[in-house]
Design a protein around this ligand. Structure first.
Ligand code: FMN
Length: 191
């Protein structure tokens, strides 16, 4: 069975458009679903984390391994999934801080990407991502949407290039039509 990891970053549980549409995506795709809710705080990169990350695995102290344990768990669940379903509201023209913090924990040299003579190469190939994006006024794909291009670049960086964006954007203007269009796009997703 296809393994799907749902990663949600809306600060709200009730009334969240990204959570609701992500649930519709999960229903459409079917599969064995795991959930990661980023509203329970994701640690930020700090000095200890950086030092541990850049210490070769076989030279890490027990303390350094413990420092990386949460990041390791986040990476493991991404590695284990065939499809990522990402629920990402636009907050202040970008992704929610929790989502950025998640990616900072997942982008690991030698684990999810590597450096080569011709530049960095993502190591998580063969996966697909469906990104559900909602906004109040920022049109997805516009010059002031820094979320969508950043998400695509971040996923590309770790080797995920098969990315479908479901946009429920600029909901402040015509929510009903935008939601109907997003739901229609979801029904077109192949399992
Ligand atoms: C802290 C915060 C910042 C926001 N910043 C933006 C923004 O920059 N542009 C925009 O179009 N909408 C912005 N919004 C509106 C949300 O993108 C919109 O309400 C969206 O539906 C939220 O996702 P959710 O329904 O899954 O919670 C912001 C909302 C919040 C709570």
């Amino acid at each position: 069975m296809t393994k799907i990891l749902s990663i949600q970053s809306s600060g709200r549980q009730d009334g969240s458009v990204t959570r609701k549409l992500s649930a519709a995506v999960l229903e459409q795709l079917g599969g064995d679903v795991s959930e990661r809710d980023l509203t329970t705080s994701v640690p930020h990169v700090d000095g200890d984390w950086i030092a541990a990350n850049f210490t070769p695995p076989n030279e890490r102290t027990a303390q350094q391994s413990a420092t990386l344990a949460y990041s390791d768990a986040l990476v493991a669940e991404v590695k284990d999934a065939d499809i990522l379903v990402l629920g990402v509201p636009i907050y202040n023209f970008g992704v929610p801080a929790a989502f950025k913090a998640w990616f900072d924990m997942v982008a690991r040299v030698g684990v999810t990407f590597k450096y080569t003579d011709t530049g960095p190469v993502g190591l998580l190939s063969g996966k697909r991502a469906v990104v559900v994006i909602a906004s109040g006024g920022t049109p997805v794909g516009s010059d002031i949407d820094f979320a969508t291009p950043w998400i695509k670049q971040a996923l590309h960086f770790i080797g995920i290039d098969d990315v479908t964006v479901i946009a429920a954007d600029a909901l402040g203007r015509n929510a009903e039509a935008k939601l109907a269009s997003a739901k229609n796009d979801i029904l077109k997703l192949a399992a």
